[in-house]
Write a protein that binds this ligand. Structure first.
Ligand code: COD
Length: 308
C-alpha cells in the first residue's frame, strides 16, 4: 500500500525516506560543475545525514568561492579540478564509470549539456533504456507523494517514448515504496479526441496496455485532466468513474511544457517539497533544476540514494 503522509501531522514522507536510507551504506555522489552554493549546501546536508559523500568536479577557484558563500568546509570533500562546462560533465561521468562514484549529480551546468554527456555513446552513462526525468512532490493539500514525469528530458515524446516514460515512473515509485502505483495519463480532457487532441489517443492506448498487464503492477487510466487525477469531487461533478481518479500516485504529462510548468507551479506557488531524478541511466542521477532550493537538491539526493 502507498505510504500516506498524515495531513496536519509532522510525519513527512520525505523525512521518512531520509530516515530509511540513513541506515544504509553511504554512497559517493560525483557532481558535474560543483561550483554552486545550493548544490554544495545540499551535499553538506547529505553528508551530515550520513547519506552520501561528494566528489566535486569543476573549477577550483569557483568551487572555493561558492563553498565560502554557502558556509561549507571543503575539507570534507574530494575535488577534481576541471575547467569548462562540457569538460566537467564528461570528467564527472568518467569518475562514475571508473567505479569511484555511485551516483551522478548535476551542478551548475545546463540541463542539455549534462544530458548530452550522459547520452554520449562512448563516454556516457546510457543503458539500453529510454532516459526520463521523474519528479516527486509533497504538499499539505494531498495525502501522499505525487510522482510526475517528464519535466526535463523528453521534449515531445511519441507513443513508444510515453510508454517507456510510464514504465520508468512506475519503477521509480515502486523503488520508493509505492507497490502498486495509480497512474494518470494527463490531457486537458477525459474523453478521447483523435481529431484535435492526439495525446488523448496515446493516453487511452497506454491505459489499455496496462489493463492487459503490459506495464506490470500498476493501475493506469487516461486520458484524465489534472483535477480528475487529484480530486475525487471533480470526478463526481463530471461523472467520471476511474480507479485512479482522486487517488493518483503518478502523473504522466503529455510533453515537457506541461511537465515543466507543473513542476515549477508546484515548487513556487504550492511550496511543494520536491525532488528530481533521472531514470534509465546506468546509475541513479540527481537532476534538480538549477533554480531549485538547497532543500530540493538535498531531497533529490535522498531519492536517488534510495533508488541505488
Ligand atoms: N533516452 C535515451 N536516449 C536518448 C534520449 C532519451 N531520453 N533522447 C535522445 N536519445 C538518444 C537518441 O536516440 C540519439 O541516439 C542520441 O541520443 C541523440 O539524440 P538527439 O539528436 O535527439 O539528441 P540531442 O542532443 O539533440 O537532444 C538530447 C537532449 C536531452 C539534450 C534534448 O532532448 C533536450 O534538450 N531535452 C530537454 C532538456 C532541457 O532543456 N530541459 C529543460 C528543463 S530543465
Amino acid at each position: 500500500m502507498t505510504e500516506q503522509v498524515e495531513q496536519g501531522s509532522k510525519t513527512s514522507w520525505f523525512d521518512r525516506l531520509v530516515e530509511r536510507v540513513q541506515g544504509e551504506r553511504r554512497k559517493t555522489i560525483v557532481v558535474a560543475m560543483a561550483q554552486e552554493a545550493h548544490v554544495l549546501q545540499a551535499l553538506e546536508t547529505a553528508r551530515k545525514h550520513r547519506l552520501a559523500e561528494g566528489i566535486l568536479v569543476g573549477e577550483m577557484d569557483a568551487i572555493r568561492r561558492e563553498a565560502e558563500k554557502a558556509g561549507v568546509d571543503l575539507a570534507h570533500f574530494e575535488i577534481v579540478p576541471q575547467r569548462g562546462e562540457c569538460e566537467a560533465v564528461l570528467r564527472a561521468i568518467e569518475v562514475v564509470r571508473s567505479g569511484e562514484g555511485d551516483l551522478l549529480m548535476k551542478g551548475k551546468c545546463s540541463t542539455s549539456t549534462f544530458l548530452r554527456g550522459i547520452l554520449d555513446k562512448e563516454k556516457g552513462l546510457r543503458g539500453p533504456r529510454l532516459l526520463s526525468h521523474l519528479a516527486i512532490f509533497e504538499v499539505e493539500t494531498y495525502p501522499k507523494p505525487i510522482f510526475m514525469s517528464d519535466a526535463a528530458m523528453n521534449i515531445s515524446p511519441d507513443l513508444s517514448q510515453k510508454i517507456e516514460i510510464t514504465r520508468n515512473a512506475i519503477e521509480g515509485a515502486q523503488k520508493l515504496g509505492v507497490e502498486v502505483p495509480k497512474v494518470a495519463l494527463i490531457a486537458a480532457v477525459e474523453k478521447v479526441n483523435p481529431e484535435h487532441m492526439p495525446c488523448t489517443v496515446d493516453a487511452a492506448a497506454i491505459a489499455k496496455m496496462a489493463d492487459r498487464g503490459q506495464l506490470g503492477q500498476a493501475i493506469v487510466d487516461g486520458p484524465l485532466a489534472v483535477d480528475n487525477a487529484l480530486d475525487q469531487e471533480s470526478c463526481e461533478v463530471k461523472g467520471i468513474k476511474s480507479p485512479v481518479g482522486g487517488d493518483v500516485d503518478i502523473l504522466i504529462m503529455p510533453d515537457i511544457e506541461a511537465g515543466n510548468t507543473f513542476y515549477k507551479t508546484m515548487t513556487i506557488l504550492a511550496k511543494a517539497r520536491a525532488a528530481g531524478i533521472l531514470m534509465g541511466a546506468r546509475v541513479p542521477v540527481v537532476l534538480p533544476s538549477r533554480a531549485d532550493s538547497d532543500q530540493t537538491k538535498f531531497l533529490s539526493i535522498a531519492a536517488a540514494v534510495a533508488m541505488s
